[in-house]
Design a protein around this ligand. Structure first.
Ligand SMILES: [Zn+2]
Length: 456
């Protein structure tokens, strides 16, 4: 996916004949919310923005008072959920709150304590409010009904150095002088939706494990407990392997979610990946100044537990953690053959598997039809079937070729040059020339010869 927001890129590593059933990276699943947060600073007509210039002695406007009251409500809500205090939670519910919402909140409060949160709260946003649908407002018959912009703000102890924020489509009502919660259902007609975390999908299985620079965390559900344990067991060596390849300049720990259903997988990735996808890496929008993005998560799909072998589990996890490590230095225009090939090279590095095992589809095609003459295109990666397999295998083979012929430090320099190219699949001869002293055509021809020699 290369959306018009310019933030996304789905990188599907699909199954080929033997070893592959892999991965996707979807960056900036939450680009929209990040954009809205950012935009708040320049929007006008927001009550508490204007409050900064009003006389502090003056009594608050209705909007200011409402924001203050609802902020207190949101703080109590977060405390009640996080502490599992069901009585306090029910106290915060409007008498006419949606019963399904109330019960979902009670269920969430029962499981959320399993997660080691460093931060968990709700923030009022600054976007212009959306109207409350008349059908909801009339049924409530309250003094006031409000649909403010609200964000869940959370950080997991260990991997999250700073919190991330996700939207909540909240409706609150005031009656008898008190604001209370009504519902958080999506209001698609107003483009409002509530992000659901793993804790909204039933009981949790959580493992924290010491890794290179701190603590990594795996969050899944009891029906995937063995898989969660396998990932926790792999994380220390995976973080060490990615650090050995990439260096120390990344968080060197990871937050891994394991989805138990297609619905949960879609929610956690902010996309609708095929269940053929083993894993997706997401992050908040990248600042572009080299700083580490917030909200980085590796999300495994519902079929991963049954379909990944010990070998592919290891390589997928390393592949995804390579995306995490490289994210701050990957632009929205980085071609997929660069980001996927680099991650795959890292994922399979030191695995002992040879060319025929790692690129069987490519090898068969090249043996029959001759060497590749073009680098894979972005659209090949998500095309599915053989075309995707060939794209991923080709991308891997480009970096395997560079490592074999020029060494890994040159490979790393080439990646950085290619990944920072502003254009999307443009001619981009410069990195090949500056790093390898080859023009693009010479590079592609040398790579093709290298592949052909291994495909006989
Ligand atoms: Zn990938």
């Amino acid at each position: 996916m290369s959306g018009s927001s310019g933030h996304s890129g789905v990188h599907a590593l699909v199954r080929s004949a033997r070893l592959r059933w892999l991965a996707v990276v979807l960056v900036a699943a939450v680009a929209v919310s990040a954009f809205l947060i950012h935009r708040a600073g320049t929007s006008d007509g927001i009550s508490d923005t204007s409050s900064a210039v009003t006389d502090p002695q003056a009594s608050p406007t209705y909007d200011q008072q409402r924001r203050a009251d609802v902020t207190v409500l949101l703080d109590r809500w977060a405390r009640a959920v996080r502490s599992g205090d069901v009585d306090a939670l029910r106290e915060l519910m409007d008498p006419r709150a949606d019963p399904g919402f109330v019960e979902a909140e009670v269920r969430r409060a029962a499981v959320v304590s399993a997660v080691p949160f460093a931060d968990f709260g709700y923030d009022l946003g600054h976007e212009p409010e959306t109207p409350v649908p008349p059908s909801i407002a009339e049924a409530l018959d309250a003094t006031d009904v409000w649909a403010p912009s609200v964000y869940l703000r959370y950080a997991v102890t260990g991997p999250d150095a700073s919190p991330t924020r996700r939207p909540v489509s909240l409706v609150v009502a005031e009656r008898d002088g008190r604001w209370r919660l009504v519902d958080d259902a999506d209001l698609s007609e107003y483009r409002r939706q509530t992000w659901r975390g793993p804790w909204d999908f039933g009981p949790l299985t959580v493992r924290s494990v010491p890794t290179a620079a701190g603590t990594s965390v795996v969050v899944g559900h009891p029906d995937r407990e063995q898989f969660v344990d396998s990932l926790a067991a792999e994380l220390p060596s995976a973080t060490a392997a990615v650090t050995d390849f990439w260096g120390d300049d990344w968080a060197r720990d990871g937050l891994v979610f394991v989805a138990s259903s297609a619905e949960e997988f879609a929610e956690l990735t902010g996309s609708d990946p095929s269940t053929d996808v083993a894993a997706v890496t997401v992050s908040d929008a990248v600042a572009g100044d080299g700083s580490r993005p917030t909200g980085q998560r590796v999300v495994f799909g519902p079929d991963a537990a049954s379909r990944l072998t010990p070998f592919t589990l290891r390589s997928v996890l390393r592949h995804e953690l390579t995306h995490v490590a490289a994210r701050a230095r990957t632009t929205d225009g980085t071609p997929l053959w660069v980001s996927e090939g680099f991650a795959d090279y890292s994922g399979y590095r030191n695995s002992g598997a040879d060319f025929a095992q790692l690129a069987p589809t490519l090898a068969a095609i090249v043996a029959a039809g001759g060497p590749p003459t073009v680098l894979p295109k972005n659209e090949d990666f998500g095309a599915g079937g053989t075309r995707s397999s060939v794209a991923y295998e080709s991308a891997w083979s480009v970096f395997a070729f560079v490592a074999d012929r020029f060494g890994e430090s040159t490979l790393r320099r080439l990646y950085e040059e290619l990944a920072s190219e502003p254009t999307n699949e443009g001619p981009a001869d410069a990195p090949f020339e500056s790093v390898l002293r080859l023009n693009r055509a010479q590079f592609v021809a040398s790579w093709g010869d290298w592949v052909a020699a291994r495909s006989r």
